[in-house]
Write a protein that binds this ligand. Structure first.
Ligand code: PEP
Ligand code: MG
Length: 837
């Protein structure tokens, strides 16, 4: 496809033109901008390097049309061409067409023709339409003759004599008539067909013009109420006329009024939080969760009341067990229901309820509900989003017991047709029982990406958007709804065009996922042959199995904290050794990076003496804690060393902020090695040592740290929160800690440079590695390895194969010039090189 580059002295002007052009063609044409200079005092100007990067970012063998505003823009563009490889230079066409009209005409033409000459010709004629409308030139001078129809080299234009011409007449009803956007839609629709199509304005008695030319269609001056004639000849004439008729009858998607006008367009409807990626388009099914209310009663026979509660708890346990048995869920997700069973056996709940029944003669429902509410509230007030979400599990279990006590049947969500489920909130029990053939999508007011309902929906493959405005609850059941779980967008009664775009996106996602899964076991190789190692982040033996199945080439981060959680004392050397060895065995010859204990921060552990702190992320965590507890640290190091015998194990220290910390950790590591050697216990003598680069000070002294270790792994989760001074667990500021922010990416770049200068390898194991949009940046910055959650591995491998290293480097260079995470993400998603996921 022909692509377009807009060169201007003003960034605002160029971006405005791009926005306008993109709107006309629904983002179908690659358009890059090279505008302004990097000087806050004097931002107006052009820069040849920028023009080169813009051209490189949208380069296509079909040709690149460069439109410039004035003066030095032309010089910069000419110079930029010289930077390109010789074989690409003659594909770049500098065009004298007017910037705004030219960009729009060229974009529309590029949607229909891969012929650069056609696109140039449309751009050059762009002023003619305006001139004709203003009467500067007569309309007739612009009307086509048969020779015009055949002027193009486009193969679909010559008239096939064997087909008769068909003509339809339509009245234009949308308020602005065939103004720019509808005209562009009209032309884009025309160009989807082989038929030769012409159009004329009957009301204004014009002649026919080419319907595939935005310039010519615009000269017809079609207003609301005008009648147009569309004449078509060719094999697919019927389909073409039908499509155009539909477009006109749908008013180009412009006018739809419903009983709730404040809801019907996305622009008036705030977007939600993306929870599970995917597209769903279906009627609304409103699900109103019925919360059981209870009243206090005084009971005489406390023993019988207690028995009643015991029976209800036993029934609830049986129901949960049935869910687990009936529904095939992955071990990790099944653990959610194991947790529910534990809640039912928790003495911290049972004992106070028993006390209320026996001592205060309260009825079982009231006693139970009071304690459940108290416990749920204590979770809600915790300073951790993940733990806050656990309140829902408590309520879920609590309601199950209440239903059993009151003899109310379990509320199953029964849908009669495929729908999008809209609810204030969904419990894990509700979610896991959803029939995925009927529930195509989920929208809730509450929840977050880490809620168990979202985790389960992800496993079931149901797209979900959460945190939506409560207006959605007032939608009539059956109202057509569309959701995009990737970005949290919602459309109420989407028009046919939106539906078509979303359907295309949905199909593309499904195909891409299938293809990615089929190729997941192959190595990740960029288009120029460069290999990137794609590893998994795991926490357990079960995760290791999943990682291999998803195509992990090794483990780039084994978080060992899980071994220390949910217990009353730290795991012994033997216990740890068994687990590390079991994981290494599952991985066979693949590499396993074991990160030493990183508790503290958002993972307090009271039995280790880690108490709540005012600023936990700036406090006693990770390596700081381990260096203060050398015996505990050495126990873990000895277990890692022992497991390394015969396996590809490496050790990694977290939260390194200073050289002294690293040296102290290495000293304890050396002690552990000496002890094992003296005891004759085997271990890998060449075991590699690495560190996480996740604190800004470590980035600053990366060159010094690099000389002490074998590898770096960049932890962008922490690095982002520390660079941006925004607590990653605090929803009010967490969005600031965006790893796409240029400040974070610069830190990544600096770390990679320091590592490579010292000839050590450098990976990245923060969540950024699982972001499709980050792939070209990370490839371009030169990361040797990415480590991410196993589920994302097939997709990320597939995206790596879409780029050459050179393309990724050009992208990385360009994004480093941008001002915000949002700009960077939109730059990548609009890059023609990014074919998405
Ligand atoms: C990180 O900080 O990016 C990282 C991978 O470690 P964790 O998320 O475990 O802190
Ligand atoms: Mg970290």
């Amino acid at each position: 496809m022909v692509s377009i580059v807009i060169v201007s002295h003003s960034k605002k002007l160029a971006e405005g033109v791009r926005e306008l052009a993109r709107q006309m063609v629904q983002d179908k044409v690659p358009i890059a901008v090279a505008a302004g200079v990097d000087d806050p005092e004097n931002p107006l100007g052009t820069d040849a390097m920028q023009v080169y990067e813009a051209i490189a970012s949208v380069y296509s063998d079909d040709g690149v049309l460069v439109l410039m505003d004035l003066g030095s823009a032309l010089l910069s563009a000419e110079m930029a061409i010289e930077f390109l490889p010789e074989e690409q230079q003659d594909k770049i066409h500098l065009c004298e067409a007017p910037l705004v009209e030219g960009a729009i005409a060229a974009s529309v033409a590029a949607t229909s023709s891969n012929d650069i000459d056609v696109v140039i010709s449309e751009a050059r004629q762009a002023l003619t339409a305006k001139a004709a409308q203003l009467g500067v030139i007569s309309h007739s001078s612009f009307v086509i003759g048969e020779e015009d129809i055949n002027r193009s080299s486009d193969s679909r234009l010559p008239t096939p004599d064997s087909h008769p011409t068909k003509e339809i007449h339509l009245t234009i009803r949308n308020p602005q008539g065939l103004h720019a956007r509808p005209a562009a839609q009209f032309v884009t629709t025309v160009t989807q067909f082989q038929a030769q199509i012409r159009v004329r304005n009957i009301t204004r008695n014009t002649d026919f013009v080419r319907a595939d030319s935005i310039n010519q269609v615009a000269t017809l001056g079609v207003r609301q109420g005008h009648e147009i004639a569309i004449a078509s000849v060719g094999e697919d004439t019927d389909a073409a006329l039908l499509a155009l008729q539909k477009l006109v009858e749908n008013n180009f998607g412009e006018t739809h009024h419903t009983s709730s006008p404040h809801l019907h367009t996305f622009s008036h409807f705030p977007q939600g939080i993306p929870a599970v990626p995917g597209i769903a388009i279906a009627p609304v099914f409103q699900y109103h969760l019925h919360q059981i209310k209870v009243h206090e009663l005084c009971v005489a026979d406390v023993e019988a009341e207690w028995q009643r509660l015991q029976t209800a708890i036993a029934t609830a346990k049986q129901e949960i067990q049935n869910i687990k048995d009936r529904i095939h869920i992955h071990e990790n997700e099944a653990a959610i229901f194991d947790a529910h069973l534990l809640i039912l056996a928790d003495p911290a709940i049972i004992e106070p309820v028993q006390k209320r029944i026996f001592e205060q003669h309260q009825n079982a429902e009231f006693a139970w509900n009071t304690i459940i509410d108290e416990i749920a509230n204590s979770y809600r007030h915790l300073n951790d989003v993940y733990l806050q979400e656990r309140a829902k599990d408590i309520i879920d279990v609590g309601q199950r017991v209440l239903r059993s006590l009151l003899g109310v049947s379990t509320a199953n969500i029964e849908l009669t047709q495929p729908s999008i489920l809209v609810a204030r909130d969904l419990s894990p029990s509700d979610t896991v029982q959803l029939d995925r053939t009927k529930v195509l999508g989920i929208c809730t007011l509450q929840g977050s990406g880490t809620s168990h309902s979202a985790i389960l929906a992800r496993t079931l493959g149901i797209p979900a958007v959460v945190g939506i405005n409560s207006q959605i609850l007032s939608l009539e059941p059956g109202t057509l709804l569309a959701i995009d779980g990737e970005n949290g967008n919602i459309w109420i009664q989407p028009d046919s065009k939106t539906i078509a775009t979303l359907e295309a996106k949905r199909d593309a996602i499904i195909t891409a996922r299938q293809q990615a899964r089929a190729k997941a076991q192959a190595p990740a190789i960029a288009r120029d042959g460069k290999r990137i190692h794609v590893f998994a982040n795991i926490s357990s033996i079960a995760d290791a199995q999943v990682a291999i199945a998803q195509g992990a080439e090794g483990v780039g981060l084994l978080r060992t904290e899980l071994l220390y959680l949910d217990r009353t004392s730290s795991p012994t050397e033997e216990e740890q050794f068994e687990i590390y060895r079991a994981i290494a065995q599952i991985l066979a010859n693949r590499s396993l990076i074991i990160r030493t204990l990183d508790v503290g921060g958002d993972k307090p552990l009271s039995y280790l003496g880690l108490q709540a702190e005012t600023n936990p992320f700036l406090g006693w965590r990770g390596i700081r804690f381990c260096l203060d507890r050398p015996e505990l640290f050495k126990t873990q190091l000895r277990a890692i060393l022992r497991a390394s015998s015969g396996h590809q194990i490496k050790v990694m220290f977290p939260t390194i902020a200073t050289l002294a910390e690293l040296q102290a950790a290495k000293a304890i590591w050396a002690e552990a090695q000496t002890e094992l050697s003296q005891a004759g216990i085997p271990f890998d003598k060449n075991i590699e040592i690495g560190i996480m680069i996740e604190i800004p000070s470590a980035v600053a002294i990366a060159d010094k740290l690099a000389s002490e270790v074998n590898f770096f792994s960049i932890g962008t989760n922490d690095l982002s929160q520390y660079i941006m001074a925004a607590d990653r667990t605090n929803p009010k500021v967490a969005p600031l800690a965006d790893a796409f922010h240029p400040a974070v990416l610069q830190a990544v770049q600096k770390t990679v440079q320091a590592a490579h200068h010292a000839e050590i390898s450098v990976g990245l194991c923060g969540e950024l590695a699982a972001e499709p949009l980050a792939v070209p940046i990370l490839l371009g910055l030169g990361l040797d390895e990415l480590s991410l959650n196993p589920q994302s591995i097939p997709q990320i491998k597939q995206i790596i194969s879409q780029f050459t290293t050179q393309e990724a480097e050009a992208i990385a260079r360009s994004v480093m010039q941008l001002d915000s995470a949002t700009e960077i993400k939109s730059f990548i998603s609009n890059s023609p090189l990014f074919k998405g996921s």
